[in-house]
Design a protein around this ligand. Structure first.
Ligand code: 8YV
Length: 313
């Protein structure tokens, strides 16, 4: 029997094809209005930008699974979902390398000012000017906020650059050989590059605020591949304008895809449009894992990747 599911965000064409080939009837939440049809829907599927709250779950009373195509699920009210007996899955692991690659790419880009150098050449400035020297990345000090899968993958790459690695998080990790700082400001004061790799949501909102930016200091750089909400963006813009920090490289923002015009005007930043997991290979792997979660759910098999809050012992 074909299962009726509802997409709650746009999904890549190859994923829509895979869902249809697996015999799912995929309704689009922007079109479906008729309560009768809504009551037939038994699962929701969307990317990490999906918003799933009480209002939505009430509209689809027979939904028992929310399948997120992404590692982050900060838009899903997991407490409400669990209350309604709804399980939530996501796609951890398959995107770790890409996200860590982009983190080092952004670190090198802002540290060596690669986009600015590219513009310098394209503008023909090289004919009459010399591009200002930057600072050595190899051997520099990196601080990683959040030592989960992605934090560890960033550390592994930073080690290849002989960087001095330190981190912070909820607790020190016994199997991690790097220096642990119990607070973000304490870590920020001891590093040249501060990389944010924690989940979004209320627990980390504005974690990177004025005191962290002040501790990072005028020679320090901020890199964010996590969520825009983790950084107090107005404070960051002010710190960049005042040169309280040296620069920032950001893949995530408040109110994506709208990016603060002040941020876009700054020269000591590198900005990318939330592309950390944005490779063909990884997005296909994310779609495949999402489909595996859907199929396991309907075939009453153990789910491959429920979110931690929905994992049963
Ligand atoms: C998004 C992400 O899924 O996985 C996450 O948490 O933020 C990304 O991989 C992707 O950008 C699509 O929205």
């Amino acid at each position: 029997m074909a299962q009726e599911i509802m997409q709650i965000t746009p999904l890549p064409p190859f994923m829509m094809n895979a869902l249809q080939q697996a015999d799912f009837i995929v309704h689009d939440h922007t079109h479906i209005k008729d309560p009768g049809a809504l009551s037939k829907v038994t699962a929701l599927v969307g990317t990490a930008s999906a918003k799933v709250d009480k209002k939505l779950l009430t509209m689809v009373p027979n939904v028992k699974l929310v399948a997120i195509c992404g590692v982050g699920y900060d838009g899903v009210d997991v407490a409400i979902a669990k209350e309604k007996g709804v399980v939530v899955t996501h796609t951890p692991g398959v995107l770790t390398d890409d996200v860590a690659d982009l983190a080092l790419g952004l670190l090198l880009s802002i540290g060596r000012r690669i986009p600015q150098a590219d513009k310098f050449v394209r503008n023909g400035d090289w004919v009459s000017d010399t591009f200002a020297m930057t600072h050595k990345v190899t051997g520099a000090r990196i601080g990683i906020v959040g030592m989960g899968r992605i934090g560890r993958a960033i550390a592994k790459r930073a080690a290849a650059f002989d960087m001095r690695i330190a981190y912070t998080g909820r607790e020190a990790k016994a199997d991690v050989p790097y220096t642990f700082f119990s607070t973000v400001p304490a870590l920020a004061a001891e590093v040249d590059y501060l990389v944010v790799a924690v989940p979004g949501g209320d627990g980390t909102k504005n974690l990177i605020g004025p005191s962290v930016l002040q501790a990072l200091g005028s020679k320090g750089y901020l890199i964010n591949i996590a969520r825009g909400t983790v950084v107090d963006q107005p404070a960051l813009v002010q710190a960049l304008k005042d040169k309280q920090i040296a620069g920032a490289a950001l893949d995530v923002f408040w109110d994506e895809p709208l990016v603060d015009p002040e941020l876009r005007r700054l020269h000591n930043v590198v900005l990318t449009p939330h592309i950390a997991s944005g490779t063909e290979e990884t997005r296909r792997d994310m779609a495949a894992l999402t489909l595996e979660n859907l199929l396991a759910f309907y075939q009453k098999r153990p789910l491959p990747t429920p979110v931690p809050e929905c994992q049963t012992a």
